[in-house]
Design a protein around this ligand. Structure first.
Ligand SMILES: [Zn+2]
Length: 352
C-alpha cells in the first residue's frame, strides 16, 4: 500500500487502525504462548523452556522473550488483563512492570493509560526499595579503543535487567554505550546510574573538594545537587531573561530579545511550545525557541505580543512556511546565538 497520496489525517487514522490490530494480535500471541506453556509444547518442539522456544524458534530477542513469556503467564493467571491490553490501557511493557505488584487491589486501573516512567513510579511507591549507596567504579577496559559497551558490564541478574539495559532498537549493531538511567526506588527517591569519562570524574572530584567546607564528606548526591542547582540558576536566568528589571525601555526593532520580554513570554507561555493543532497543544518543553508570529525578516517586531515559544520542530515548520523551504534548508549551518539568547543563529539566513 502506498501512503504517498494520502493526507496526514488519513495516514494518522490508518496508523490508529494498525495500532488497534496490533494490540489484538499481541493478545492472541500471548494466549497462544500461554497454551504452549500450559501443555509444555516447547518440550516436544525441542526446547527446554518457553523462553528458549521464544528465542530459538520464534527468533525473539532475550528482552522480547522475557516480556512475552512473563505477560503470557500474567494473562493466564489474571484473565482480566486481556481487556487492558486489547484496548491499550496497558502496553506489554507497562503490564510486565506490574509483575510483582499484581496482588495490590486495583493495580490495573491505577496503571491504566500511564506511560512506562509513571508505572515504574507506581511500582516503586507500592514496593519501595532502600537507597543504594553511591558507587564510583572503573568499568572493565575493553579490548578495542571503542567506548565501553553494554557487554563490558557485569552480566545482569535476570532477563528483566537486561530488558531495561538493552535499547529496543531491533537489528542495531556495533557497540552501544550503556544508557544513563534514572529509576524510581520509592515515591520520592531515585536511583541515578550513568557512565562518565575520566575528565568528568576529575572535574567532579574538584567540585567536591571546593564544596567540602560546607557539605558532608563523601556525599556524592549533595555534590551533584549543588552542580545541578547552580547550572539551573545560571541557565534559567539566561534563557528566561530572569534577572534585574531593565533600566531603559527595550528596543523592538532589533533581533535581540531583551531580558524583560523573554521573561514575559516564558511566563505567559508556561515554558512550553505553543503550537496547537485540532485542540492538541505540542507538549515539548525542551529546546524551546522564541518564534516571531509576524516574521522578523518581514518587519515583525520583537515584542512580547509578537513572540511565542516554539520547539525546534515547530519553529522550523513555521520558518519553512514564512520564508520557504530553500532558505530554511540551510539551517544545518546553524550555530548558537552570539548574543547568548535562546535557539540558534543562522549566519546566512534569516529566521522567524
Ligand atoms: Zn512544538
Amino acid at each position: 500500500m502506498s501512503f504517498q497520496s494520502l493526507s496526514f489525517a488519513e495516514i494518522a487514522s490508518r496508523l490508529y487502525e494498525i495500532r488497534r490490530l496490533e494490540r489484538g494480535l499481541l493478545v492472541e500471541f500471548l494466549e497462544a504462548l500461554g497454551e504452549m506453556e500450559e501443555r509444555r509444547g516447547f518440550l516436544e518442539m525441542g526446547f527446554p523452556s518457553l523462553f528458549s522456544f521464544c528465542t530459538g524458534y520464534l527468533g525473539l530477542s532475550n528482552a522480547a522473550a522475557f516480556r512475552r513469556t512473563t505477560a503470557a503467564r500474567m494473562l493466564r493467571d489474571r484473565p482480566e488483563v486481556r481487556e487492558y491490553l486489547a484496548d491499550g490501557r496497558l502496553s506489554l511493557t507497562t503490564l510486565v512492570l506490574l509483575r510483582d505488584v499484581m496482588d495490590e487491589p486495583g493495580v490495573l486501573d491505577r496503571a491504566a493509560a500511564k506511560n512506562e516512567d509513571q508505572v515504574k513510579l507506581l511500582v516503586a511507591s507500592l514496593r519501595p526499595r532502600p537507597d543504594v549507596p553511591p558507587l564510583f567504579r572503573r568499568l572493565p577496559a575493553t579490548r578495542t579503543e571503542s567506548p565501553p559497551d553494554a557487554t563490558s558490564l557485569p552480566a545482569p541478574r535476570d532477563p528483566a535487567a537486561s530488558a531495561e539495559a538493552t535499547p529496543p532498537a531491533a537489528g542495531a549493531s556495533g557497540p552501544e554505550r550503556p544508557r544513563a538511567r534514572l529509576e524510581p526506588l520509592s515515591e520520592d527517591r531515585r536511583l541515578l546510574r550513568v557512565t562518565v569519562d575520566a575528565d568528568f570524574a576529575e572535574k567532579l572530584a574538584r567540585v567536591a573538594a571546593l564544596l567540602s567546607h560546607r557539605l558532608e564528606a563523601g556525599r556524592l548526591e549533595q555534590v551533584l545537587r549543588a552542580c545541578v542547582e547552580t547550572t539551573l540558576e545560571v541557565l534559567e536566568k539566561r534563557q528566561r531573561g530572569v534577572g534585574r528589571a531593565p533600566t531603559k525601555p527595550p528596543r523592538t526593532d532589533s533581533r535581540y530579545v531583551p531580558k524583560a520580554v523573554r521573561r514575559e513570554v516564558w511566563g505567559r507561555d508556561g515554558a512550553r511550545c505553543t503550537f496547537t493543532a485540532g485542540g492538541q497543544r505540542c507538549p515539548a518543553t525542551h529546546r524551546l525557541q522564541l518564534h516571531h508570529l509576524h516574521p522578523y525578516g518581514l518587519g515583525g517586531s520583537t515584542t512580547a505580543d509578537n513572540l511565542t515559544l516554539r520547539c525546534q520542530g515547530h519553529n522550523l515548520m513555521a520558518a519553512r512556511h514564512d520564508y520557504g523551504a530553500e532558505v530554511v534548508g540551510r539551517r544545518h549551518e546553524a550555530v548558537p546565538r552570539p548574543d547568548g539568547g535562546r535557539g540558534w543563529y543562522y549566519p546566512a539566513a534569516t529566521d522567524g
